[in-house]
Design a protein around this ligand. Structure first.
Ligand code: ADE
Ligand code: ZN
Length: 334
């Protein structure tokens, strides 16, 4: 099973680039930028990654991102992730970035974009990995800040496929961003949103109806509403699930309690993703291994995670076709 998973072509649709900042790179950037991070070693940083819920993670995650200052830093961060994609046979990736985490510290939107996009272009040319970028608004900040961020993105409209919504879900429901999402859609952006991770199933419904998102990030709480699950199946709404993240943040007590395989078998379009791999103990292959260890899966079921992600991705019809072909050829060869 390990062997099949390792070679399986994959598509990642839920990855926060700031969440791929490994402690070793964090240390290197802190030194390069003369920033004191109050840890003695990368291992000491790792030992601090013991989370009780989403907020306990977010506090450390925003702190870690403070070492990112220059376009060189954002390039190194993104390039390191794309090398991980190559190692895990991820052929297409859609990356979230949190501009407000950086602009609030005086790092310009353009600096962030220059570093990330240079790495993505190089990854396409040298590694053959296609990608898209999704701008996430931080839901704990206000609507005005989100609108300011949308304005900063204007010169980069062609490089950003969609807007998203992340950070603290409880207390910050989708309707808080109804107007900014409407404005973004007017400008041609697609939309996604984190919903039903820690928050209620009604956040998933509101993300679909009010924010008009194309897919839902996490969405594990959909099971609290049978009518909603039926709607997700009927309307082929994709859920970008992140198994290791959910266990690390105590959304589920253990992987054998995770509902991803149940939902897959009910006919919901679900995919496997890493979310914040540097913080949650693994990239794509590790997430697949952990799910398969707790829930025995057939080759066809494992491949279905990728096939669902391909359909839900924001790549061209031609690229989707090519990706699908690679998955079918791989399964047929086993
Ligand atoms: N930002 C980074 N990872 C996140 C997650 N899992 N949920 C909400 N916001 C996030
Ligand atoms: Zn996430």
């Amino acid at each position: 099973m390990h062997h099949f998973i390792a070679g399986l072509p994959k598509v990642e649709l839920h990855l926060h680039i700031e969440g791929s900042l490994e402690p070793e790179l964090m240390f290197e950037l802190a030194q390069r930028n003369n920033i004191d991070i109050s840890f003695a070693s990368p291992d000491e940083v790792r030992a601090a990654y013991d989370f009780t819920d989403l907020q306990s993670f977010l506090d450390i995650y925003y702190q870690g991102a403070q070492v990112l200052l220059t376009k060189h830093d954002f390039f190194d961060l993104t390039w390191a992730y794309m090398l991980r994609c190559k190692a895990d046979n991820v052929l297409h990736a859609e990356l979230f970035f949190d501009p407000q985490t950086h602009t609030q510290r005086g790092v310009s939107f353009d600096t962030v974009m220059q570093g990330i996009t240079t790495a993505l272009i190089q990854a396409e040319q040298e590694l053959g990995i296609s990608s898209q970028l999704i701008l996430c608004f931080l839901r704990h900040l206000d609507e005005t800040s989100a609108f300011e961020t949308l304005a900063l993105a204007k010169p980069w409209r062609e490089q950003i496929v969609a807007v998203g919504l992340d950070s603290s879900e409880v207390g910050h429901p989708p309707e808080k961003f109804a107007r900014v999402f409407a404005a973004a859609r007017e400008q041609g952006y697609l939309a996604v949103a984190h919903a039903g991770e820690e928050g209620p199933a009604s956040n998933i419904i509101d993300a679909l109806d009010i924010l008009q998102v194309s897919r839902i990030d996490h969405g594990v709480r959909c099971v609290d509403d049978a009518q909603l699950v039926a709607r997700l199946i009927d309307q082929k709404v994709h859920l970008t699930m992140c198994p290791l993240s959910n266990v690390k943040l105590k959304v589920f007590g253990a992987m054998d309690q995770h509902n991803i395989v149940d939902l897959l078998r009910q006919g919901v379009s679900v995919g496997i993703n890493a979310d914040d791999p540097a913080y949650f103990g693994g990239y794509m292959n590790d997430n697949f291994y952990a799910v398969a260890a707790a829930h025995p899966l057939t080759h066809q079921e494992l491949a279905l995670f990728t096939l669902h992600a391909i359909e839900a991705s924001f790549c061209s019809t031609e690229r989707k076709h090519a990706l699908r072909q690679q998955v079918h050829a791989y399964v047929d060869g086993h």
